[in-house]
Design a protein around this ligand. Structure first.
Ligand code: GLY
Length: 349
């Protein structure tokens, strides 16, 4: 449980009217939880944590601690109901608060419970995975899954604060860390500039700052917020086509390479920029190839279900004006670009 005091923490403001909040980033920032709880005036809190007690900071007020598990299995309405029941048994009131501590599945489910309990109580997120620090915990999207699909039931519920403690990242398995890098890599193409070579906490801060500005412009995902889905149309399809063997950030990485190639095929960007997509993704140690076993037709069917697509095939693509939503991309161009993608060994012809 090391803290590196030499690294200064950063604070990024998410500038929403009446609901603006700070994202604190750096080693040891979890220890400011008590100060944050006091700052919002909560007298008691429910701490829902997927981390062991030594990694769950003291909220500084009487608390109920509810152990949780990270993972899609517990991202369910049944878990949200159980959390709300535990809050009620504890006597949590509207002037108290909820704290989530865990990966993105935990911050998503606890965020939804906070949005629903008493029609909304303040929530503070302590994301512990890189993916949750750079994306899931910031911006107010909360959701759980149904058997019919992921994230089908949710609400927009902005946190009161987010504490991205980079000490948590030292506890992650290497593949989980790489998974989070997928969301950082795609920021290169949606306005963050080249973050390669910066210390990780600076890359997190830049990714969060970018997300904060996008969320401030379009909290409810009516337009500009689609930009955050760069690389995600194929990414989501790959996750489903591989039955989630490919992790979200890995799938987004391959989706980012594909988005560059598709933009090139449509004449929106030149060859050098197409190649930059592969170089950036590869530079983060992320996959750039399609898995061996996935078929073009299956991927296209899945991409037609993408939430951005009201009809046809829709992608966020780079172009002369930067990245933007491009609707009705001809299926034959998408198919040819998929067929031309490099594949892991053993792929179909
Ligand atoms: N993860 C994409 C968004 O927050 O809109």
């Amino acid at each position: 449980m090391t803290t590196t005091p030499a690294v200064a923490s950063r604070r990024i403001h998410v500038p929403l009217p009446d609901r603006g909040y700070l994202v604190h980033i750096g080693p040891g920032v979890r220890h400011s939880l008590a100060e944050v709880v006091a700052g919002i005036g909560a007298r008691r809190v429910a701490v829902v944590t997927a981390r062991p007690p030594e990694w769950t900071p003291d909220p500084g007020v009487p608390s109920l601690v509810v152990p949780a598990r990270d993972g899609e299995r517990d991202k369910s309405l049944a878990w949200v109901e159980e959390l709300c029941a535990r809050f009620a048994e504890f006597g949590l009131s509207r002037s108290d608060a909820v704290v989530s501590c865990g990966g993105g599945t935990t911050t998503d489910a606890v965020g939804l419970a906070a949005a629903l309990y008493h029609r909304g109580v303040p929530v503070i997120h302590l994301p512990t995975s890189l993916l949750a620090q750079v994306d899931a915990s910031v911006g107010g999207k909360t959701a759980v899954n149904l058997p019919q699909g992921k994230n089908l039931v949710g609400a927009y519920w902005q946190p009161s604060a987010v504490l991205c403690d980079t000490d948590y990242l030292q506890t992650l398995p290497p593949r989980e860390l790489t998974n989070g890098l997928g969301e950082i890599a795609r920021c290169h193409f949606i306005g963050a500039g080249d973050l390669r070579g910066l210390p990780l906490h600076e890359q997190i801060a830049a990714s969060v700052a970018l997300k904060a500005s996008v969320v401030a412009a379009d909290e409810r995902d009516a337009g500009p917020r689609h930009l955050l889905n760069y690389g995600h149309t194929l990414g989501h399809a790959l996750e489903r086509a591989t039955d989630f063997a490919l992790r979200h950030g890995e799938a987004v990485a391959v989706g980012t390479v594909f988005a560059g190639r598709l933009a090139g095929a449509l004449g929106r960007i030149g060859t050098a920029r197409v190649m930059e997509h592969t170089a950036v993704v590869e530079g983060y140690g992320l996959p750039v190839r399609l898995p061996a076993e996935v078929h073009t037709a299956a991927l296209i069917s899945l991409m037609r279900l993408d939430k951005k697509a009201t009809d046809g095939l829709t992608f966020v693509l780079d172009g002369p004006r930067g990245a933007e939503l491009v609707r009705d991309v001809p299926e034959h161009v998408v198919a040819a670009t998929l067929e031309a993608m490099p594949r892991e060994p053993g792929g179909h012809a």
